[in-house]
Design a protein around this ligand. Structure first.
Ligand code: ZN
Length: 221
């Protein structure tokens, strides 16, 4: 069973919405640890645990980690002492199945759950992700927001920049399609229960952050 906590914040947003950045900032401000399934999985792999080895095999085949493992690592993580006052979920629940599991385990006791949607239009997502350029040296650019000095060339090492597979138009389209299909019923649930905070994500990072804090205060967080 999941341990009951005071505050649980769940961040949602399409790829490129900056929800991860926002979750991190809120985590620091409210002193709630962020629990990211992606990070937990990477840690398991790094620590060479039994689970980590299993996940590595699955991921290397281009598949997603199974539900059973996601549950296992989330449960393990929220048994830590540091989540006593609550925690922030990033990347979970991702689908209806995970949502039901979470709800089932939250029913007992007193807990304040809020879902925060960092809302960004598909058009904006396409522009944000589609404009990204990366270099083999690790540097990243954006043709509009952070362009290199010379078009298509890395400022740091003079190499030719390229578009990550994930940022190609067809891949962005399919990522958006999956996002909408999976997240819609989840948002619907929180909305019906008056637990959904919708934030305009098409503003500066600072303004988005301000808006989130304002809403959290309204909800007595
Ligand atoms: Zn470079």
């Amino acid at each position: 069973m999941l341990k009951i906590n005071k505050t649980i914040l769940i961040f949602f947003g399409p790829p490129g919405s900056g929800k991860g950045t926002q979750a991190e900032m809120i985590s620091k401000k409210f002193k709630l640890p962020t629990i990211s399934t992606g990070e937990l999985l990477r840690q398991e792999i790094k620590d060479r645990t039994k689970t980590g080895k299993e996940v590595e095999k699955i991921i290397s085949k281009g598949k997603y980690a199974p539900e059973r493992i996601i549950k296992e690592i989330i449960l393990k993580r929220i048994k830590n002492k540091d989540v006593k006052a609550g925690y922030i979920l990033d990347g979970y629940p991702r689908n209806k199945k995970q949502l039901n599991y979470l709800i089932k385990n939250l029913k007992q006791g007193e807990v304040n759950v809020l879902a925060i949607l960092v809302d960004v239009s598909d058009k904006e997502v396409r522009s944000r992700l589609g404009g990204r350029r990366v270099c083999g040296c690790g540097a990243t650019y954006h043709i509009k927001f952070n362009p290199p000095k010379k078009k298509g060339i890395c400022d740091l090492c003079d190499s030719k920049l390229y578009i990550r597979d994930d940022d190609k138009p067809s891949v962005i389209a399919s990522r958006l399609k999956i996002y909408h299909k999976e997240v819609a019923p989840i948002l619907d649930y929180w909305n019906k229960n008056d637990k959904l905070i919708k934030i305009n994500g098409e503003q500066s990072i600072e303004k988005v952050q301000k808006d989130i804090i304002k809403e959290l205060k309204k909800h007595k967080i």
